[in-house]
Design a protein around this ligand. Structure first.
Ligand code: NAP
Ligand code: F7E
Length: 342
């Protein structure tokens, strides 16, 4: 049997690194697209790339950029992969308000560049996974969101991802390309970027314990459906193993506020606290010494917020036999334990 050959864009990111581990464990040849930077940023995949049995034997890294047509086309032409996982993106919602054009170029047109390469090179056997997102639902009145729920994106990030969602659908229907959108709700892990709220909370509490520094957060009322990235990359892989491409939601079906995440983390760390609210914001005070553990500041608010997300993954369960292994408590436990042990 021919070996499966995958390209992962965004291999240095949270999901890319877990997906690379998964595909290598399944004996794939993996090619990762990486960006040049003045300091090397391959920490999340160093354990794989530094393994002599893997490096340049089963795992190859190539410089390129989602905003650069030629590097995308040349890589796909060189490798002629059987699977492409398009995970590369400017993935921070708040930052997308500050760099909207760049976000559109990388997150929307980047997907088109991949699809155009697959089409022009006539790669009939190549399957494409697109990292779509629950941010598409945006400001939405639905209590739970499925593949049938309307989209109402409210950030430049979400609008760029909406373009990708529809261009994937369009190329699938127009040209018969096996391309599908995984509509993934928030997923976290010890490898989560430091400026996303879950990791920021845990790193902030570590700083508070070690040096008494106050953690500053934005909107604590926002609710998210938080899962673990390891479960979600398995879902991505399963989507490309199907006979027919289908757009599917991956989610846990539970929604918690940012405040819930903070309180659970404080409890897990045995930090006793009280809270107060005034016109300056909300405060979490250390019961042992009155010090401010955490406070809110409007500078972390977004011009538009997605207030509530909860996903219905019944279709993925039926189609892929996928269900998450981690719940909210297990996710927080792992994120804290990794941070405090290592
Ligand atoms: P992440 O940790 O921010 O990783 C993003 C990756 O994209 C990094 O490898 C980054 O490279 C790369 N990248 C960014 N801009 C690029 C460009 N112009 N050219 C080439 N590479 C570029 O994101 P993640 O959490 O793993 O998410 C993976 C994908 O799923 C993203 O598309 C994200 O939008 C989407 N998504 C994430 C979630 C979630 O909750 N995590 C939910 C739904 C959808 P550097 O390492 O060089 O920065
Ligand atoms: O914010 C609130 C913030 O930045 C979650 C990306 O992976 O998931 C992610 O997008 C919530 C928001 O993730 C802070 O306002 C409060 O309501 O961790 P986040 P996100 O915006 O949900 C989706 C599915 C993606 O596709 C994205 O790529 O937390 N919040 N205080 C804060 N958020 C941050 N970052 N920092 C704060 O201080």
């Amino acid at each position: 049997m021919h070996k499966k050959v995958a390209i992962i864009t965004g291999i240095t990111g949270q999901d890319g690194s877990y997906l690379a581990e998964l595909l290598l464990s399944k004996n794939y040849i993996v090619h990762g697209l990486i960006r040049r930077s003045s300091l090397i940023k391959t920490d999340r995949i160093d354990h794989l790339f530094n393994d002599r049995k893997i490096r340049n034997k089963r795992l190859f890294l190539h410089y390129g950029d989602m905003t650069d047509d030629l590097s995308i086309y040349s890589l796909i032409n060189l490798i002629k992969p059987t699977e492409i996982y398009n995970l590369a993106a400017q993935s921070h919602v708040k930052v997308s308000f500050e760099i909207p054009l760049y976000t559109a170029n990388a997150d929307a047109l980047g997907t088109l560049r991949i699809l155009e390469a697959v089409r022009n090179l006539n790669l009939k056997k190549c399957k494409v996974y697109q990292a779509s997102t629950s941010e598409l639902y945006g400001n939405n009145s639905s209590k739970i969101m499925s593949e049938k729920t309307y989209f109402n994106p409210v950030s430049p990030y979400a609008v760029a991802k909406l373009y990708s969602y529809y261009i994937v659908k369009s190329y699938r229907e127009a040209y018969g390309i096996f391309a599908c959108n995984g509509i993934l709700f928030n997923h976290e892990s010890p490898k989560r970027g430091e400026t996303f709220v879950t990791r920021k909370i845990i790193l902030g509490l570590k700083d508070y314990i070690n040096s008494g520094k106050t953690l500053i957060l934005g909107n604590l009322d926002a609710k998210r459906d938080w899962g673990h990235a390891k479960d979600y990359v398995e879902g991505m892989w399963l989507m490309l193993q199907q006979k027919k491409p289908k757009d599917l939601v991956l989610a846990t079906g539970k929604s918690y506020s940012v405040r819930d995440f903070l309180i659970k983390s404080l409890k897990y760390l045995n930090i006793r606290f009280s809270t107060k609210k005034n016109k300056l914001g909300e405060f979490f005070l250390d019961s042992s010494n009155g010090q401010i553990i955490c406070k809110t500041d409007k500078k972390y608010h977004r011009p538009l917020e997605v207030p509530y997300l909860k996903g219905d993954a019944r279709k993925a369960r039926k189609t892929l036999n996928w269900k998450p292994k981690y719940n909210f408590d297990a996710l927080i436990k792992e994120m804290i334990e990794e941070e405090f042990v290592n």
